[in-house]
Design a protein around this ligand. Structure first.
Ligand SMILES: *[C@@H]1O[C@H](CO)[C@@H](O)[C@H](O)[C@H]1NC(C)=O
Ligand SMILES: *[C@@H]1O[C@H](CO)[C@@H](O)[C@H](O)[C@H]1NC(C)=O
Ligand SMILES: *[C@@H]1O[C@H](CO)[C@@H](O)[C@H](O)[C@H]1NC(C)=O
Length: 356
């Protein structure tokens, strides 16, 4: 990897906490928008894969606009119009972002506990998503001269990762886990997303500082379809790399902002080495004890023009969480945006709403 690209990746991972404006030339790292979204609701619904189902097969942690619903037909729902609030820092963003919950299965007695989420404390606490939400990135291409991206259209949605996977997929990792030491709990650890320190599977050792899961979405779109039957075929990764450069395949020529999630799971209460004697004890809510099946769902819901405005300003007037071309709301307002469960269920830590 080229030197400047390496630096960019390093910066992306938050290792270089200094302001992007202090960096120079091609080594400038902050060609991305990044913000925290606090929890909207934890429930078994999935308007993308299982529209209309309550409960859907497995538990999700959902953030974003409160127009989130069991069914979100793009013909009838317009998140910016129908939401009253968003749990995201950027108040023009009513998109929805969701991922699966993790459970600890006690090797001693077989009972389950939901692993709580925790805040992502990057950049000295500017990403303190309370109630443990999701950190969302919108990134420009990492290499290449043409960094312009075209923002997705209303109604756009996509999924990445595959809940049926139980072995490591070929190619560069799109979904991964980082095991955090105690002293990495706040900053989330060093290194680029899904680098060699991360694993496709669950970490095999205790993670007293938590687990940071990363989900990297495709950055190329066919330019026509807002969705596809598998929720994947209308988008593609740049061949050869999950973190994109500027070369989209001819089948998917439109370069969209690359969406990435970071989800912090608080495994500090499950880090006793005795739980790891016969293999790691964690399992995803969709019944995956390997971790390879982790996935993320995305439903576009920005107000007209707002995201394009931010993407066009990246590198000049918009750096990670500092983006004056967007409207930001207070942490109090962000946290106050929650939604009652529609699929009513105990999400306490004493049971597993898993599909085994
Ligand atoms: C969900 O959608 C239904 C049907 O369109 C609607 O009646 C209901 O108000 C929505 N619920 C919430 C909580 O948004
Ligand atoms: C099962 O074991 C876990 C620790 O492995 C413990 O926290 C929990 O209280 C136990 N539950 C029961 C019902 O014994
Ligand atoms: C983090 O922010 C606090 C409060 O603004 C400040 O006192 C502290 O020095 C900062 N720490 C670092 C490492 O920048």
């Amino acid at each position: 990897m080229a030197w400047s690209a390496t630096l960019r990746l390093v910066a992306l991972a938050g290792l270089l906490a200094q302001d992007a404006s202090a960096q120079t030339g091609s080594a400038r790292g902050s060609d991305f928008l990044r913000f925290g979204c606090s929890q909207l609701v934890i429930e078994r619904t999935d308007p993308l894969v299982n529209p209309g189902m309550a409960p859907s097969p497995h538990m999700h942690q959902i953030v974003g606009g409160d127009s989130f619903n069991i069914t979100m037909d793009p013909m009838t729902i317009d998140p910016p119009k129908q939401s009253r609030c968003t749990s995201c820092k950027m108040s023009e963003d009513f998109s929805n972002y969701w991922t699966a919950s993790i459970y600890f299965r006690s090797p001693e007695n077989g009972t389950f506990k939901r692993v709580p989420q925790m805040a992502n404390g990057r950049l000295n606490g500017t990403l303190l998503e309370q109630e443990g939400g999701i950190t969302v990135y919108y990134m420009q291409p990492f290499s290449g001269r043409n960094k312009k991206v075209t923002v997705m259209k209303p109604g756009f949605r996509m999924l990445t990762g595959d809940p049926t996977l139980r072995t490591k997929p070929a190619g560069s990792m799109k979904v991964c886990h980082r095991c955090l030491a105690k002293n990495e709990r706040i900053m989330g650890g060093n290194g680029a997303p899904c680098d060699s320190g991360d694993t496709s599977e669950f970490p095999s050792k205790p993670c007293p500082g938590g687990i940071r899961a990363t989900v990297i979405f495709p950055s190329c779109w066919d330019g026509k379809n807002l969705d596809s039957p598998d929720h994947k075929s209308h988008v593609a990764y740049q061949p050869g790399s999950a973190l994109a450069g500027d070369q989209c395949p001819s089948t998917h020529p439109v370069r969209i902002p690359q969406v990435m999630y970071e989800i912090m799971y608080d495994t500090s209460g499950f880090a006793d080495p005795k739980y790891y004697k016969n293999g790691q004890p964690l399992v995803y809510s969709f019944g995956d004890p390997t971790g390879h099946g982790q996935h993320g769902d995305y439903l576009f819901g920005w107000e007209d023009g707002a995201l394009q405005r931010a993407m066009d300003a990246l590198g000049t007037n918009c750096f990670s969480e500092t983006c004056p071309v967007l409207k930001l709301q207070s942490p109090e307002k962000e946290i106050a945006c929650t939604k009652a469960q529609q699929a009513k269920e105990n999400i306490g830590t004493d049971q597993c709403s898993c599909n085994f």
